[in-house]
Design a protein around this ligand. Structure first.
Ligand code: AOF
Ligand code: ZN
Length: 372
């Protein structure tokens, strides 16, 4: 693979990201037409119903597409009966000689058939270029296709022994400044963030993205799991409500007056059924509510109970754990995953892929993905 090829695919991925929030539930797709080492066409899919990335790039290239190479981060579609005509047809009639793709499209109507159609039409096709980056760009869409729900990232910051607080609840601060910056980067990358009401009561967090120097700040929709409507109406969340919405996930028995006060503060109120064993809230209903508003990626930021519930219900796709160089120790400290442990180790949550590590200042970032 030529080095330049990566540059062209990176360009396609940058184009794909231009659609950031508007394109869901469709994938983020960018395309670049390259002739004799020069870019002659560019395009990205902006919104459902609008033309696909390849079509726009080919349109710009016009006659120059003949014999050129098309770089696109997702397999071109080939199915009829949807809002836009199939891209494979456009590619074949454009005279493109070669197509380089990052990922195949898991949409069951496509899923390899687009590639096959191109090859049968005499176009040479290669796949896999910058696949990890392409995966990151479309985690939400891929999760929707594979599991019918948003992609869930569980994020924690703990001491070396996996604790997030002492027995008295002292927890600030465990990790260092670079880790904090990383946490905000994660917020930037997710459509929604969720914490339990316990975290709101204890830390009074803002849950917004605060990254100095960013060209375009994105705040996740802030979701509070609050079965009894205990979120204080004067919490800092509401000071920033013009920047990003606050969604309160209340239980069926949350007192009406409390919920009404939060609604007055500008929160959007949902009533969710109880979780398993009649406790907490049904997380699958939360994920369904996100999907309905086209929010395809969710960042879980604790506390321990909430982390434990997501893990127990097997609703975690990816983990980002920051470990700081300190030991809290003690059986009475608070571990980062709450709830009950499984009876047997075979029932523990074991990831199929390897752990990846990276330094964040003095801390260690451990990343692990269920899909690896
Ligand atoms: C491509 N290029 O730019 C995109 C693709 O409703 P439609 O007509 O926009 O079709 C949506 C489906 O097309 C979507 O589910 C996914 O499988 C594919 N998206 N394909 O070749 C694009 N956005
Ligand atoms: Zn298409």
């Amino acid at each position: 693979m030529l080095r330049d090829e990566k540059v062209f695919m990176a360009m396609a991925l940058d184009l794909a990201m231009m659609a950031r929030d508007d394109v869901a539930p469709n994938p983020r797709v960018g395309a670049v037409v390259v002739r004799k080492g020069r870019v002659v066409g560019r395009g990205y899919h902006e919104r459902p119903g609008l033309p696909h990335a390849e079509v726009l790039a080919l349109r710009e290239a016009g006659e120059r597409a003949r014999g050129a190479t098309l770089y696109v981060n997702l397999e071109p579609c080939c199915h009829l009966n949807k809002r836009t005509p199939p891209c494979t047809r456009e590619i074949l009639s454009s005279g493109i000689g070669r197509v380089v793709i990052s990922l195949s499209d898991p949409n069951p109507h496509v899923n390899g058939k687009g590639i096959l159609e191109l090859r049968e039409g005499g176009v040479s096709v290669e796949t896999g270029l910058l696949a990890p980056q392409a995966f990151a760009v479309n985690r939400g869409f891929l999760s929707l296709m594979k599991n019918g729900r948003p992609f869930v990232t569980l994020k924690g910051a703990a001491s070396l022994d996996g604790q997030i607080a002492t027995a008295t609840g002292d927890s600030q601060w465990i990790s260092g400044a670079p880790s904090l910056k990383y946490a905000h980067q994660l917020r930037q990358e997710h459509d929604a963030i969720v914490v339990g009401v316990g975290t709101v009561l204890k830390d009074n967090p803002l849950l917004t993205t605060r990254l100095p120097g960013l060209r375009k700040v994105h705040h996740p929709v802030r979701v509070i799991l609050d079965s009894l409507g205990r979120t204080p109406p004067d919490s800092r969340l509401f000071e920033t409500i013009s920047e990003s919405p606050v969604w309160i996930m209340a239980g069926e028995h949350a007192p009406e007056d409390r919920v009404a006060r939060l609604e007055d503060k500008g929160a959007r109120i949902f009533r969710l059924p109880a979780g398993p064993d009649g406790k907490g809230l049904r997380l699958s209903s939360l994920l369904a509510a996100l999907l309905e508003s086209r929010l395809l990626t969710l960042l879980v930021e604790g506390g321990a109970q909430v982390n434990g519930s997501f893990l127990q219900e097997r609703l975690v796709d990816s983990i980002r754990l920051v470990l700081a160089p300190l030991l809290i120790g003690g059986e009475d400290a608070l571990g980062w995953i709450g709830g009950r442990s499984p009876k047997r180790l075979v029932d523990a949550f074991r990831f199929p892929g390897p752990l990846r590590t990276r330094r964040l200042g003095e801390d260690l970032l451990i990343s692990v993905d269920l899909w690896d």
